[in-house]
Design a protein around this ligand. Structure first.
Ligand SMILES: [Zn+2]
Ligand SMILES: [Zn+2]
Length: 375
C-alpha cells in the first residue's frame, strides 16, 4: 500500500507531493491518520534556508511536526490506545536508555527521532507512525485543531512551568508575541502569575496579547542614531520599569523573564529587567550569538536557562490546562488550508498575512482528504 500522500521538501524552495508507502509499525507503536497540522517557524525556515543551525536538509524530507490525528492501527503491545481514538502527537521518539532519558530530560536525548528535523520525516502526510507513549488521547471537549496546537503549547509549558518554574503571584515578562510568546503568556496566567508584561515591536500584536493573556504591554522606543544595541536595551528597559513602576527588588520586581523572540536586544533587555535572584529563560530561536551584560548576571545572581522543545509531563499538562478551560487555543488559529494548498499555507505564514491583509498567528493544514471545516 502506498497511498500515503506526503508534502515533501526536496531542497530550498522546492516542495512536491509524493505518494509514499504507509509506514509499518512495531509492537509498541501506533499508526496515526494525521488530521490537522500547524505550521511552525522552523518548517518555514527549512523551506527557505534548507537548514537550521547544524540540521541540514540533505535528502527529501516530509515537513510538519505540530499534529493531531486518529489512530488507524495500534501495535500488539499497545494497551492505552485503539483504532478510532483522537490523539495529539508528540513528535519526538527518544531512546529511553541514554543518561538524559533516564534522568527524565528526554528532550536532550542525542538519539531523538524528531519529526521534520533532518534526516527524519515529519507529519504532513496521510499517515505517521510513532511510539504509543507519545500519542496522547484527547478529551472529548477538545478539537483536533486543539490537538495540533498542543505542540507549541507544550513548548510554552516547558519553558514557563517546567524550566522557568513560574508560580502563583509572580511577575513575568515575555518578549515576542508570536505563537510561542502568546502561549507562554497563557501558561503564566494559568499558573497564576499576577502580572504578565508582553513586549513586541508591532502594536497590533501587542493589542492581541493584551486581549489574550497579558496584563500589560510595552512597545520599545526606536533606537537613536549611533546608539549601541546595549545602550538601547538599557534605556528601553529603564523606560519599561518606569512605565509600570517596577523595581529591581520587592513585590513589583519581575521574577521570570521569557524570551520568545531570539532577538539580541530582547535578550539584553531581559537581563536588565529580571529581578535580583530572578530567572531568565531562552525559548526563542533567533540570533545564534549575542552580546549580554554578564556582570549584571553575576551581581544579580540571575539564573539563565535554555528551554528546548518539551519533556516529561509537558504534553499531559498542556492537554489538562486546555481541557479545564484555563487556556483557550482557538483565538490563535487564524488561517486554515486544505492539504493540497499546503504551499499557500507556507507562503502565508512566511508573509505574516494573507491576501486579505489578515495577520497570521497560526495556520493549520488539514490532512489529505480532510475538510478544513472539520475541526
Ligand atoms: Zn513547532
Ligand atoms: Zn535517550
Amino acid at each position: 500500500m502506498s497511498n500515503n500522500k506526503s508534502f515533501v521538501l526536496r531542497g530550498i524552495e522546492d516542495v512536491v507531493y509524493e505518494e509514499r508507502p504507509i509506514p509499518e509499525i512495531n509492537d509498541d507503536e501506533v499508526l496515526v491518520e494525521v488530521k490537522k497540522t500547524g505550521i511552525c517557524g522552523s518548517d518555514v525556515h527549512y523551506l527557505v534556508a534548507g537548514r537550521i543551525a547544524d540540521f541540514v536538509v540533505e535528502k527529501p524530507m516530509v515537513l510538519g511536526h505540530e499534529s493531531s490525528g486518529i489512530i488507524a492501527k495500534a501495535g500488539a503491545k499497545v494497551k492505552s490506545l485503539k483504532p478510532g481514538d483522537r490523539v495529539a502527537l508528540e513528535p519526538g521518539a527518544t531512546c529511553h536508555i541514554c543518561d538524559d532519558c533516564k534522568r527524565g530530560r528526554y528532550e536532550l536525548c542525542p538519539d531523538i527521532v524528531f519529526a521534520a528535523t533532518p534526516p527524519y520525516d515529519g507529519t504532513l502526510a496521510r499517515y505517521y507512525r510513532l511510539p504509543a507513549d507519545v500519542a496522547y488521547k484527547l478529551p472529548d471537549n477538545l478539537s483536533l485543531e486543539d490537538g495540533a496546537m498542543m505542540e507549541p503549547l507544550s513548548v510554552a509549558i516547558h519553558s514557563v512551568s517546567n524550566i522557568g518554574q513560574v508560580r502563583a503571584n509572580q511577575k513575568v515578562a515575555v518578549f515576542g508575541c508570536g505563537p510561542v510568546g502568546l502561549l507562554c503568556m497563557a501558561v503564566a496566567k494559568a499558573m497564576g502569575a499576577s502580572r504578565i508584561i508582553a513586549v513586541d515591536i508591532v502594536q497590533s500584536r501587542l493589542e492581541f496579547a493584551k486581549e489574550y493573556a497579558a496584563t500589560d504591554v510595552f512597545l520599545p522606543p526606536a533606537a537613536e542614531t549611533g546608539e549601541s544595541k546595549m545602550a538601547f536595551s538599557k534605556r528601553a528597559s529603564e523606560l519599561l520599569k518606569k512605565k509600570f513602576g517596577i523595581e529591581d527588588r520587592g513585590p513589583s520586581a519581575i521574577d521570570v523573564v521569557i524570551d520568545a523572540s531570539g532577538a539580541e536586544v530582547c535578550i539584553q533587555m531581559s537581563i536588565f529587567l529580571a529581578k535580583a535572584g530572578g530567572t531568565f529563560v531562552q525559548v526563542g530561536m533567533g540570533n545564534a550569538e549575542v552580546q549580554i551584560p554578564i556582570t549584571l548576571v553575576l551581581t544579580k545572581e540571575l539564573s539563565i536557562k535554555g528551554s528546548f522543545r518539551y519533556g516529561p509531563g509537558d504534553y499531559p499538562l498542556a492537554i489538562a490546562l486546555v481541557a479545564q478551560g484555563k487556556i483557550d487555543l482557538k483565538p490563535l488559529v487564524t488561517h486554515r488550508f486544505q492539504f493540497d494548498d499546503a504551499i499557500t499555507a507556507f507562503n502565508t505564514t512566511r508573509k505574516g498575512k494573507s491576501e486579505d491583509g489578515k495577520g497570521v498567528i497560526k495556520a493549520i493544514i488539514s490532512g489529505p482528504g480532510v475538510a478544513v471545516e472539520d475541526k
